[in-house]
Ligand binder design. Structure first.
Ligand code: FAD
Length: 542
């Protein structure tokens, strides 16, 4: 009998997942395939969490993730069937995994995924740009135009970042760092690869040009990491994109969520909306020798649901501090949780506009402001709202006209801002920043005539992340990805405090971003499969 199992007959094969983000849905699909009877309890009126979809005036806005990478993680989910789980670690050396084309017919039944090029157009403050598409020749040509003497540095960067990708992603990506010894085993390798210094300082070793330092370090912002402080192990993102490309799901990321939900229902999973969990119920008290066990949850509407397995897809700090009494926890104490750093937050403006001319923009545009390092320090360290800003402008209707009425574009632009430790009054500043950004896009010629042609605009601020998505301090990406919050030091997918409690999603290992969150679901499913191996074996044997 394994560690979390009591008696086989006590295991009802029921599991409750709090939250229907990409992590919650991925885990739901996995648990159904393993024979669990799973119910997802979602606070909102629809699925997706950060990937929720807004539909208004004929526009479809994906509220969150838009850059889809590592498509075979999606393929793997759609290929699962009841009794045909797949908890094996992928063989990254296999040729089929290196293929960038989505050929898998089981995926096509749910979603259509297409590659996007360039991956990003990165505008510098002087309006020159760099189209990054993963092609070394195109990259070299553009580096030559910016700073020819950095070509040699690029070759070295490419080689060193590839070595980090091989060790950090291909070999260690799925490691569940449950103990410090597992972490210390890999540390010498990471030190040898220089992967623990800050990403920006790592890129600065190879590039003299400020512009190129920015091109090769900004990507961690898309998962809430400060390039000035995330470890250089995150240079692997560059290689993840180069190896498998950047993709788009036709119909938007909402179509991916719909596909996942369809798969989950087909496997027999249930989901309840408007079902906010207010408390995780425990059956025993903590003693010096034993930890309490999960016995179910209590919803805000007073309803109680029993289960000896509860998995939280919600924010780590919120799960422990708001749903479980501090005295019932030995390790994840309030004082420790409060001392951790939480990722930056965002103001995101969703807008639709009339457009009769073609736009001189790409599907994914990064528009950098006049300051890079100083702005990052304002956001992450000083926690002040700067006068200048950088943004990620997403215009999916350049690829997919179905997201807007004829002759219109649907877009969002995302501006990194400090989380709510800043005490900024967003009820005032949200509107001011939104107006400033929209007039910038118009007046600086990125979207000429935007204000005149605007049909719809609305925005969210850190308050949305804090109050609607229940994220501590309104963080947008969970616990900040820093060295001291990585691997073993990142919240564990199997709770060390409560028997039967697990975490999945951006706050837990390995981290934020849709591919990582899908990996997290596999790691949590592996932990559950090992804790309940006898019951699963008995179910499979029936
Ligand atoms: C604007 C934005 C853009 C992004 N862009 C990208 C991108 O391009 N590419 C990429 O890979 N990643 C991107 N990310 C990051 C990525 O979206 C997230 O890391 C990922 O979607 C998080 O998924 P998750 O499963 O951890 O949970 P979440 O999406 O955070 O979902 C958690 C769910 O739990 C629910 N919940 C919380 N508390 C309770 C409770 N008590 N009871 C019931 N339900 C509860 C919430 O309502 C929510 O639905 C972006 C994030 C944002 C915000």
């Amino acid at each position: 009998m394994s560690i979390n199992e009591t008696k086989s007959e006590e295991f009802h094969k029921t599991a409750l997942i709090i939250g229907s983000g990409v992590g919650g849905l991925s885990l739901g699909i996995r648990l159904q395939s393993l024979g669990f009877k799973t119910t997802i309890l979602e606070k909102l009126d629809g699925p997706g969490g950060r990937a929720y979809t807004k539909k208004i005036k004929g526009f479809i806005f994906d509220m969150g993730p838009t850059v889809i990478t590592v498509p075979f993680f999606i393929e793997e989910l759609f290929s699962l069937e009841i009794g045909r789980d797949n908890l094996n670690l992928p063989d990254f050396s296999s040729e089929s995994l290196k293929s960038k084309n989505i050929e898998n017919t089981s995926t096509r039944k749910y979603v259509e995924i297409i590659p996007i090029k360039p991956f990003y157009r990165i505008y510098f403050h002087d309006k020159t740009y760099f189209d990054y598409d993963g092609d070394p020749e195109n990259t070299r040509r553009q580096i030559k135009d910016i700073e020819a003497s950095d070509l040699e540095g690029y070759e070295k960067f490419h080689r060193d970042a590839e070595a980090i990708f091989k060790r950090g992603f291909l070999e260690l990506g799925y490691t569940f760092f449950n103990s410090a010894s597992e972490m210390f085993k890999v540390l010498p390798d990471l030190l040898k690869l220089d992967a623990v210094r800050s990403l920006f300082s790592f890129t600065s070793k190879y590039f003299k040009s400020e512009k190129l330092r920015q091109v090769f370090s900004f990507e961690t912002l898309l998962i809430g990491g400060n390039p000035l402080s995330v470890p250089a192990i995150y240079s692997m993102i560059h290689f993840v994109e180069k190896t498998w490309g950047v993709h788009y799901v036709m119909g938007g990321t909402g179509a991916l969520i719909d596909g996942m939900l369809k798969k989950y229902h087909e496997l027999g999973g249930e989901i309840k909306y408007n079902a906010e969990v207010e408390k995780i119920s425990l059956s025993d008290k903590k003693t010096f020798f034993s930890k309490p066990s999960v016995s179910g949850v209590e919803l805000k509407n007073g309803k109680k649901i029993k289960s000896n397995i509860v998995i939280s897809n919600g924010d780590y700090a919120n799960t422990y501090m708001k749903l479980i009494n501090n005295k019932d926890r030995r390790w994840n104490k309030d004082w420790k949780i409060k001392r951790m750093s939480y990722s930056m937050s965002l103001v995101v403006i969703y807008f639709g506009f009339k457009s009769d001319k073609s736009l001189d923009l790409r599907h994914h545009n990064i528009i950098l402001g006049p300051r890079y390092e100083e702005l990052l320090s304002d956001i992450f360290n000083r926690k002040i709202l700067a006068k200048d800003f950088s943004q990620y402008l997403h215009i999916p209707t350049i690829t997919d006209k179905s997201l807007a009425p004829k002759g219109h574009h649907a877009a969002y632009t995302l501006i990194p801002v400090p989380n709510n430790a800043s005490k900024i009054d967003w009820s005032v500043q949200g509107k001011i920043l939104t107006d400033k950004v929209l007039s910038f896009l118009d007046n600086e010629g990125y979207i000429p005539g935007l204000q005149k042609n605007l049909v719809h605009s609305e925005f969210i601020t850190p308050d949305y992340f804090e109050n609607t998505l229940n994220s501590h301090l309104g963080n947008s990406f969970g616990v900040e990805p820093k060295l001291i919050h990585s691997a073993f030091f990142r919240p564990h997918n199997r709770s060390e405090d409560i028997k039967g409690l697990y975490l999945v999603g951006a706050s837990s290992q390995p981290g934020a971003g849709t591919p990582s969150v899908m990996m997290s679901a596999k790691m949590t499913a592996r932990a559950l499969a090992s804790d309940f191996e006898n019951s699963i074996a008995a179910w499979k044997g029936k």
